[in-house]
Design a protein around this ligand. Structure first.
Ligand code: XMP
Length: 512
């Protein structure tokens, strides 16, 4: 069944993915489309409405992204945000000026046209989030100002007859207190959406379409134990049961007990063929003597590629190949390089000699939080659905220096203590990611009456929204104290624990 669609026309602003997510949270399906897509194609998608996003530029620059003028004449409701608002004004003959001082952050805003459909039931005076220097200095003919701030005489404008609306601020950002209400008005009062994007429907409809596409053929999926591939596996299992084979390569660099947990989950809760390849010895052999982080990453990547594809070549060729690609993998937020968007769609890194009937990516339209909701609905355990990001090379990049089975075992034990304490204290969800590192620097200590010369463990915990930047988490001292005591008491060969207080930048989240 065809869903209602809102097109988020991407002019390169940093919040573009967020706009689509907010719209979807209101049960209307939204897609981010680069501004390079011709209007004829966009129209053929039959959107209920279009949102012009922000962008980093001034509309008068020749290099700035513009769009075909017909878009404003097509009778499709449009909401312009920030740069998108200025672009709409410019295209309709209004004027844009450069303010001597920009408006950034929380800003008080007053409504000038309370009867506007876009501003329905929004308080007369409120707070919005601004981020601009250019502003609409002259409203185009036929438009009226619907809201203003002290620094911005036209904080919002509209031509209700043409169904064109524009706001200088960012309704998608949570600091705009009425942002959701405004988007809701746009979707339901103006675009006349009914809100037919629901996760339960998504599961049922995807199961039906997967069955149709796959028929009686086999499907193979590479399962890493991460959220995306796990949810893809659960969804495919619901659709085709034993026609699905999940291949899980255990490289011996997972956290303590994780390989067994993944195996237990998929063999006991789901109907499928589950293949676990215990390849730790091969990986450790390959890693022997390697110290440089890039050499280690490369070795692990190549070994993984070899082990996985050898298995597929032998046992699973000629069916479909499935992977857990999700929507943000396709679109680059804040791109400003819209032409690179979606290029890796359907691009599978696989040896040339392996043939498949096709590639299946059942989650390719979903954002991460939607993927999690689907996972929970399919009965995946919370621990798996809320799993923190884990680097592909696993503990290989958290054991600094040479990676050996013995050193990985030390780190696994320390990391298990850390996880246990973070969970017990309820502090787990306060951080975006936390883990232990084995720096490989021995230090002197004293235990009982003995001098020790042993390993140290570093603890890293960060808060972040997007992992592009991060702050070190202010984990309470008493909790850090308990973690330190337990690691030193319970993990052989460790006599010191340190806490990493570096933000990103300048540090990265991982140590290698
Ligand atoms: P950095 O260290 O770059 O990490 O600040 C940012 C986020 O990415 C994760 N990370 C990886 N994930 N393969 C992955 O799938 C990798 O090679 C990799 N390296 C880092 C890291 O855990 C953090 O969440």
């Amino acid at each position: 069944m065809k869903k209602e669609l809102i097109v988020v026309l991407d002019f390169g602003g940093q919040y573009n993915q967020l706009i689509a997510r907010r719209v979807r949270d209101l049960n209307v399906y939204a897609e981010v489309i680069p501004y390079t897509v011709p209007f004829s194609e966009l129209k053929a998608m039959n959107p209920k409405g279009i949102i012009f996003t922000g962008g980093p530029n001034s509309v008068y620059l020749e290099s700035s992204p513009h769009y075909a003028a017909e878009v404003l004449e097509a009778g499709i409701p449009i909401l312009g945000i920030c740069y998108g608002a200025q672009l709409m004004a410019y295209m309709k003959g209004g004027k844009i000026a450069h303010a001597p001082v920009g408006e950034y952050g929380r800003t008080e805003i007053a409504i000038r046209k309370p009867q506007s459909r876009l501003w329905k039931e929004i308080p007369q005076e409120s707070v919005c989030w601004m981020s601009h220097t250019d502003f609409i200095s002259e409203v185009p003919a036929g438009f009226e100002v619907t809201a203003s701030t002290v620094g911005c005489p036209c904080a919002a404008m509209e031509n209700d007859e043409l169904r064109l609306y524009a706001v200088q601020f960012h309704p998608e950002v949570s600091h705009t207190t009425f942002g959701t209400a405004l988007l809701k008005n746009f979707l339901f009062e103006i675009c006349r959406c009914v809100g037919d994007w629901k996760m339960d429907d998504f599961v049922e409809e995807t199961v039906v379409s997967l069955r149709e596409r796959i028929g009686g053929h086999p499907v193979v999926l590479g399962l890493s134990g991460g959220v995306d591939s796990s949810v893809a596996a659960a969804l495919l299992s619901r659709a085709i049961g034993k026609q699905l084979t999940c291949v899980f390569v255990d490289h011996g660099l997972m956290r303590k007990g994780e390989g067994d947990f993944v195996e237990r989950t998929f063999t006991s809760l789901f109907d499928m063929n589950f293949v676990r390849i215990n390849a730790a010895d091969q990986f450790f052999f390959r890693l022997k003597g390697l110290i440089d982080p890039e050499d280690k990453r490369k070795a692990i990547g190549e070994e993984f590629y070899r082990v996985f594809w050898d298995n597929v070549r032998e046992n699973h060729e000629n069916g479909f190949f499935a992977q857990g690609t999700i929507y943000p993998d396709f679109i680059e937020s804040g791109s400003g390089h819209a032409q690179t968007i979606k290029t890796h769609h359907n691009e599978v890194k696989k040896p040339k000699d392996i043939r498949f009937l096709g590639v299946i990516e059942p989650l390719c339209l979903l954002f991460k939080d939607e993927v999690r909701r689907v996972g929970l609905q399919l009965g995946l355990p919370e621990d798996l659905v809320w799993r923190q990001p884990f680097p592909g090379p696993g503990l290989g990049v958290r054991v600094i220096g040479e990676v050996t089975a013995e050193r990985v075992a030390i780190l696994q034990e320390a990391d298990a203590v850390l996880r246990d304490e973070m969970k017990k204290s309820g502090y787990e969800r306060e951080t975006a990611q936390f883990f232990a590192i084995l720096p490989g620097v021995r230090t002197v200590g004293v235990m009982g009456d003995h001098r020790t010369y042993a390993e140290q463990i570093a603890i890293r915990a960060v808060t972040t929204d997007d992992f592009m930047t991060a702050d070190w988490a202010k984990v309470p001292y008493d909790l850090l104290g308990r973690i330190s005591n337990r690691i030193i008491n319970e993990v052989d060969q460790v006599n010191r624990v340190v806490y990493d207080i570096t933000s990103k930048p300048p540090g990265t989240v991982e140590w290698e």
